[in-house]
Design a binder for this molecule. Structure first.
Ligand code: HEM
Length: 504
């Protein structure tokens, strides 16, 4: 190439010109893109203008609300309460959220909006098209119809012996910690116990996670919850393609294969054996529907996820509340002894558990203050949906802030106070449906709520029969109880208890 100073000047000038025209072009393309997006989302903006919401950035949304800067659920709730509204809005990534903060809209959503929000796509790898997942309403309806009989009380009451056995193992696991006299975080051991209970009742197999202090499926489940939380709190990770690009999908697939492989193996063993016992597992019940193996494994994984982490947090909440409220604990202990007597080895019957009315009120109040699932989201999938005078645009996600409605002073005076008497039958009936929804309400409520109640009553009564639960210096009052969000709720590490043997 010939070197010519004149042409160099020209090419420099040309380069600059080309650069600026490229920048100009890029700017125009960006502006057009923003205009197209805004035009396509005009229905959302119209609704957003009628609702209060946080100050937010395009795409990044209201950083503080959506990123893990707010991992303390109480801060999150405090923000929404401060709006003083029944509904609120925000944008995040490509999504538009309408938050339901009051019993009225919550009841509407749970009864009329049955499709899960597409935000659940981030757990699609795991739940696939199972009952908890993001499948179309018709598919979910069919699944629910097939699974529901396995959750009938006549089935779940046969699991009480499993709950009792596993809680007694937990009591033994607690003993060395009690003997040291130190405070400890009960979440890890509770997680192993609820995992053993759920696996034994869903698959009829004892994984003995408590005995071995660990299990690869428990670890995979925890890792998945953390990975999902990472996705929820980073708008870029809301897109599956981005996750594929950075290898996150692959890592999640490996984790879910640990759970799937484990469940598949057991399902095959069950199919190969003809034996049946009087504690028939969910899997065996579901097999009576001639369900395809992979579908069965999917549904089983959905149930395992739905049942383990939730009951861990719920039982944790009950223990903490008993520790912080000795007068309530004494009353609960009296009730348990009046029903079961002082022989700690006596297994409670279904009727015994039904008669534990005060323990039930304690559980309900604990679930009010510390709901294991603090937020759920459904999606508007048809046109012309309205709630009162508000248009609900197709594609909007309706988020139900369970934590927020549970601390609404309209329904719960002194909402942060723990008071089981709020659940005296007459008191509970005064509140509107939608003001108490730890298990949701409506056609898509929790299928495992009877199971959960029997399990929690067995756990609480068995621990009470063995130990007096005491507060720890790191969590000596209600203000120090911190519930964080890791996909579902999780108590912070300072939430510890101490135990003292009960001499009976
Ligand atoms: C205290 C314990 C529990 C709480 C607070 C709880 C709460 C919930 C909530 C909030 C949902 C709706 C989730 C959503 O829409 O995203 C749900 C669904 C579900 N839960 Fe539970 N749950 C508990 C225990 C259990 C247990 C022990 C099982 C099973 C052994 C279970 C099985 C299910 C199933 C199968 C669904 C899906 C229902 C459907 O979509 O039709 N849950 N649960």
């Amino acid at each position: 190439m010939l070197f010519m100073p004149g042409s160099m000047k020209f090419s420099l000038f040309q380069g600059l010109f080309e650069k600026s025209s490229a920048s100009y072009f890029l700017l125009c393309a960006l502006l057009s893109f923003v205009c197209i997006i805004r035009y396509r989302r005009r229905h959302y903006y119209k609704v957003a203008s009628k609702l209060k919401g946080p100050t937010q950035w395009p795409f990044l949304g209201a950083g503080k609300l959506h990123t893990n800067k707010v991992s303390d659920l109480h801060d999150y709730h405090f923000y929404f309460r401060s709006l003083g509204e029944r509904m609120a809005q925000s944008f995040y990534a490509d999504k538009f959220f309408i938050f339901c903060l009051d019993a009225g809209p919550i009841n509407y959503v749970f009864n009329k909006v049955l499709r899960k929000s597409d935000i659940y796509r981030i757990v699609e790898n795991l739940f696939r098209n199972g009952v908890l997942g993001f499948s179309p309403v018709e598919k979910w309806r069919a699944d629910r119809k097939m699974i529901a009989p396995s959750f009938h009380y006549s089935v779940v009451k046969t699991y009480i012996c499993i709950f009792f056995e596993e809680t007694n193992i937990l009591v033994d696991k607690f003993r060395p910690l009690m003997e040291k006299g130190e405070s400890f975080y009960p979440g890890t051991l509770l997680n192993l116990a609820t995992f053993d209970m759920v696996i034994r009742s869903t698959l009829g197999e004892n994984p003995k996670a408590q005995e071995f202090n660990d299990h690869p499926v428990v670890k995979a489940m925890m890792d998945i919850l953390h990975s999902v939380q990472k996705r929820l709190t980073n708008p870029f990770l809301m897109f599956n393609n981005v996750c594929k690009l950075i290898g996150m999908n692959k890592a999640e697939n490996e984790l879910q294969e640990v759970i799937r492989g484990y469940s598949r193996n057991i399902v095959r063993q069950i199919a190969a054996s003809n034996t049946s016992d009087n504690t028939m597992s969910f899997a065996r019940h579901m097999m009576t529907n001639n369900i395809d193996e992979e579908d069965l494994v999917t549904q089983i994984i959905n149930v395992i996820f739905a049942g383990t982490d939730t009951t861990k947090t719920a039982n944790f909440a009950v223990l903490l509340m008993l520790a912080l409220h000795p007068e309530v604990q004494d009353k609960a202990y009296e009730e348990v002894v009046s029903i079961l007597g002082t022989d700690k080895t006596k297994e409670p019957s279904y009727e015994d558990l039904q008669n534990m009315r005060y323990v039930e009120m304690i559980i309900k109040e604990s679930l009010r203050l510390y709901p294991p699932v603090p937020l759920v989201a459904r999606q508007i999938i048809t046109d012309n949906e309205r709630y009162e005078d508000l248009d609900l645009p197709r594609g909007a996600s309706m988020v139900v802030n369970i934590y927020t409605v549970h601390r609404d002073s309209t329904y719960y005076p002194e909402p942060n106070k723990f008071d089981p008497d709020r659940f005296l039958p007459g008191e509970a009936a005064k509140r509107p449906v939608g003001s108490y929804v730890p298990f949701l309400v409506g056609p898509r409520d929790c299928l495992g709520k009877k199971y959960a109640m029997l399990q929690m009553k067995t756990v609480a009564s068995t621990i009470l029969r063995n130990y007096r639960i005491l507060p720890s210096p790191t969590c000596a009052n209600m203000e120090q109880v911190v519930l964080e969000m890791v996909t579902t709720s999780r108590f912070a590490d300072n939430c510890q208890i101490r135990l003292e043997e009960r001499e009976s």
